[in-house]
Design a protein around this ligand. Structure first.
Ligand SMILES: [Zn+2]
Length: 90
């Protein structure tokens, strides 16, 4: 009889432990979902933008972004940005 009580007690402990573990599993999953949502701007950084001077496609992450005449332009290099500025005086 005592054995039965002990087994049911162990099962309850196991149940609570599993519930606790599942809660522990759920939080990192939610975190990873948050991480994937924060990867959104990361994807934006990988967006390919065309250089208006040499027409090369540059990932936004490495592009040289310059504000010219209130507009944002992306260049592959300072040389292209300089050329663009010369061609488009404000
Ligand atoms: Zn260029």
């Amino acid at each position: 009889m005592y054995r039965l009580i002990l087994v049911s007690l162990l099962l309850t402990i196991l149940y609570y432990l599993l519930r606790h573990m599942f809660r522990g599993f759920k939080t990192p999953l939610q975190n990873s979902q948050e991480n994937s949502s924060t990867q959104g701007p990361g994807d934006e950084l990988d967006q390919m933008i065309q250089d208006p001077v040499c027409h090369i496609f540059v990932p936004r992450r490495i592009a040289l972004i310059e504000l010219i005449g209130g507009r944002e332009y992306c260049f592959c290099s300072k040389e292209c940005a300089g050329k663009f500025r010369d061609e488009h005086p404000i």
